[in-house]
Design a protein around this ligand. Structure first.
Ligand SMILES: CC/C=C\C/C=C\C/C=C\C/C=C\C/C=C\C/C=C\CCCCC(=O)SCCNC(=O)CCNC(=O)[C@H](O)C(C)(C)COP(=O)(O)OP(=O)(O)OC[C@H]1O[C@@H](n2cnc3c(N)ncnc32)[C@H](O)[C@@H]1OP(=O)(O)O
Ligand SMILES: Cc1cc2nc3c(=O)[nH]c(=O)nc-3n(C[C@H](O)[C@H](O)[C@H](O)COP(=O)(O)OP(=O)(O)OC[C@H]3O[C@@H](n4cnc5c(N)ncnc54)[C@H](O)[C@@H]3O)c2cc1C
Length: 627
């Protein structure tokens, strides 16, 4: 019934202060306040309606996204929202769009790789959205292998220009978000050629479309690459294809913070690691980790609330059937994901600190923690996106048949999220980077260099110090195993950051106890999943492994009465969740039934096509039956 909280009894079971947990999840009282205000602003504005997305044809869907992005920009300016508030508004609008890449990659690339002069010229235009940018790195033939990119930028000393060109079909830029139909400019990655010498991949600002009539400029061929996975989902984004036919840009449009080309055509590499050209990707990877906790928590919120509403089997003497959340199988699938959502939130906070610290060190030309930052952002991006993508699918399955309805919110959430396992670095390719970092650490231990930071624990691997093994040999042969070691390394980071979080002062009655239980579920569920490795290496005895499993089950029972309150603490509005199964009031069945009749297919009792395609069959069947 309307107005009744069908989850009220569940909420009464909470053994902790939910409002205090909301602050922990938000990061601070201030963040919670801003989130509440902006979330309501979006939820209350019909212009941000999103329940029709999965039913719109692509052109209409895309135009609707353009409308929303323009309206959001209008509201940001009318309300004079800060950058923080504007970012929150785009988050709660919850629709991938060209603005993601304008704000999330184009601007960071200029900030990270542009000189002060270039920043002074381009950033004001970008901040006012007088130009709209994208990040054009991936090509049809290369994405993971950045050093394999084929687009060329050839310096012409006669005109003090670079000639940007797509020499082959496979050099066509392919995938950049916002490129297909909207961006006027791109930070384009191309091979710098000077006097026939290839200096490798560098970033260049290239205008793609006229600011007058939006038509592609001479030498530019650009368009959308076509429909992607799922209805709605990432089809609100114009991922594009782009080819250059000898397009000329001024020399000062090469991003020159890391390396420069003089008027005379002399190449100067600052004494900084060439990998700084990858800096934007590192920035986005750390953002994606924080974002993973948002996506996973949305799915867990839906599945937890529905698991408390859904009853199936177990009726005693005509009494109510059992809530499926009370089944140990349901808990063993759901609660590790709930724990992971909190774990990823905290490791995302730490990674943001690590990234900020590295950026400050770079200002002082201190590159000492750059390798660790690369390994942590790459590895944690890989781990958290893989677990989140698989977790959203598991949450769909935890909701049974109704989880497969678009009105559950889960199919679209899955479809929009899963590319995160690929973009910003294929997850396996990134784990191989972590494996390379671990093996390099091992080789350095042999030289007496003690590891610090997230690899300090490796200093205790005494036996490796004696083996003097040649870690270079067999990397390719052992890469699958090394990837597993990289995953374990990242899982250890997540566990250690969760434990460090618990060592902080955490206000609120019962809050710390709940987080301790979730931390226990996180690491014990990992230990259970990988117990074979621990047993095979004698790190655990069978008895210890059994005790750990017993403790895990005990923690499920401890969390069970608090489960609804723990997902309420995510503080998501019904508008943001966009899920009938995940409604705050748990009023699922009436709303599912109501929603079904709103489907366009039910606009007519007799479906279009009946008379052309069904009736003839029936009549034919009737005729046959009479024979
Ligand atoms: C659902 C969607 C909704 C919202 C979006 C979701 C989340 C976003 C969250 C918040 C939004 C905020 C911002 C983002 C905005 C929008 C994001 C939305 C969508 C994302 C769009 C995705 C955009 C892209 O995909 S851009 C293209 C990404 N491409 C890649 O990642 C390519 C991967 N490949 C590489 O990085 C490199 O090729 C490589 C690292 C694999 C290899 O490089 P290379 O060959 O040059 O090096 P190696 O020989 O392997 O190593 C040499 C040494 O260099 C070291 N190294 C390598 N990389 C780095 C680095 N980055 N930093 C530091 N050091 C590095 C390496 O370790 C070696 O060192 P050694 O000492 O010699 O061993
Ligand atoms: C939705 C979406 C949005 C995107 N947005 C952008 C954007 O805005 N800008 C942009 O520039 N790009 C963008 N991309 C492209 C994206 O960054 C690349 O697709 C991604 O980096 C993966 O590269 P790839 O496609 O070449 O994969 P591949 O490397 O071809 O991966 C194919 C398989 O090969 C494996 N593999 C590759 N190399 C190795 C190796 N050395 N060892 C073992 N296995 C290997 C991979 O693990 C994978 O299983 C986007 C992609 C998607 C899906």
């Amino acid at each position: 019934m309307e107005g009744v909280d069908h989850l009220a009894d569940e909420r009464k079971k909470a053994e902790f202060n939910v409002e205090a947990m909301k602050i922990v999840w938000a990061g601070s009282q201030h963040n919670l306040e801003v989130s509440n205000r902006i979330s309501k602003l979006v939820a209350d504005d019909p212009a941000f309606r999103k329940d029709d997305r999965t039913m719109l044809p692509r052109k209409e869907l895309f135009k609707n996204t353009l409308r929303k992005a323009a309206y959001a920009w209008k509201r940001i300016n009318e309300l004079r929202l800060s950058e923080e508030e504007a970012s929150k508004l785009r988050f709660y609008v919850d629709e991938t769009a060209y603005t993601d890449l304008h704000w999330g990659m184009f601007i960071p690339a200029i900030k990270g790789q542009g000189t002060d002069e270039q920043q002074r010229k381009w950033l004001p235009l970008a901040y006012k959205m007088q130009i709209i940018g994208c990040y054009a790195q991936t090509e049809l033939g290369h994405g993971s292998n950045v050093q394999g990119l084929e687009t060329t930028a050839t310096f012409d000393p006669h005109t003090d220009e670079f000639v940007i060109h797509s020499p082959t079909l496979t050099s066509s830029k392919w995938w950049p978000g916002g490129l297909g139909k909207v961006s006027t400019h791109a930070v384009t990655y191309a091979r710098l050629i000077i006097d026939g010498k290839d200096h490798g991949v560098h970033g260049f600002i290239v205008q793609l479309r006229s600011l007058e009539d939006h038509r592609p400029l001479p030498g530019i061929t650009v368009g959308d690459i076509g429909m992607k996975f799922g209805n709605g989902a990432y089809n609100t984004m114009d991922n594009g294809v782009l080819r250059f036919d000898h397009v000329r840009i001024p020399r000062n449009q090469m991003l020159m913070k890391v390396s420069q080309v003089t008027r005379e055509g002399k190449y100067k590499q600052s004494d900084v690691p060439r990998q700084l050209v990858y800096g934007t990707m590192v920035y986005v990877r750390q953002r994606i980790v924080a974002d993973a906790s948002c996506y996973l928590s949305r799915a867990v919120c839906i599945a937890t609330r529905y698991s408390a509403v859904r009853r199936q089997f177990g009726s005693q003497n005509g009494g109510p059937e059992t809530q499926v959340i009370d089944y140990k199988t349901q808990q063993s699938r759901l609660f590790p994901l709930l724990a992971s959502a909190y774990a990823f939130r905290f490791v995302g906070e730490w990674l943001e600190w690590l990234y900020t610290d590295v950026m400050q060190r770079l200002q002082a030309n201190d590159f000492s923690t750059l390798p660790e930052a690369h390994a942590c952002t790459a590895g944690l991006k890989s781990l958290t996106t893989s677990v989140t993508a698989d977790g959203i699918e598991e949450c769909r399955k935890l909701c049974g048949g109704h989880g497969y309805l678009c009105t559950s919110g889960l199919p679209e959430l899955f479809a929009v999220y899963v590319p995160a396992c690929t973009y910003e670095g294929d997850n396996i390719v990134l784990l191989l980077q972590v494996a390379r970092f671990l093996m390099k650490t091992v080789s350095q231990i042999g030289t007496g260099k003690q590891p610090v930071g997230t690899i300090a624990y490796m200093g205790r691997i005494e036996h490796l110090m004696q083996c003097r093994c040649n870690v270079q040999r067999g990397f390719a042969e052992l890469s699958a195993d090394l990837v597993e070691a990289a995953v374990a390394h990242c899982q250890l980071i997540v566990v250690s950051k969760f434990i460090e979080k618990l060592q902080q002062d955490i206000p609120g009655e019962g809050v710390k106890q709940q987080l301790e239980a979730l931390c226990g579920i996180y690491y014990l569920s990992l230990l259970h999943k990988h117990q074979g490795d621990f047993l095979a290496t004698s790190y655990l005895t069978p008895k210890q492994s059994a005790l750990a499993n017993d403790q895990l089950r005990a923690l499920y029972s401890k969390v069970r009465p608090n489960a609804i309150a723990l997902v309420d603490a995510f503080n998501y509005s019904d508008h943001f969740l966009s899920s009938i199964l995940g409604r705050y009031d748990g009023n699922v069945y009436p709303k599912l039934y109501e929603a079904a009749w709103k489907d366009p297919l039910n606009e007519s009792v007799v479906p279009d096509g009946y008379h052309e395609y069904v009736r003839p069959l029936l009549k034919q069947q009737l005729h046959t039956a009479r024979l």
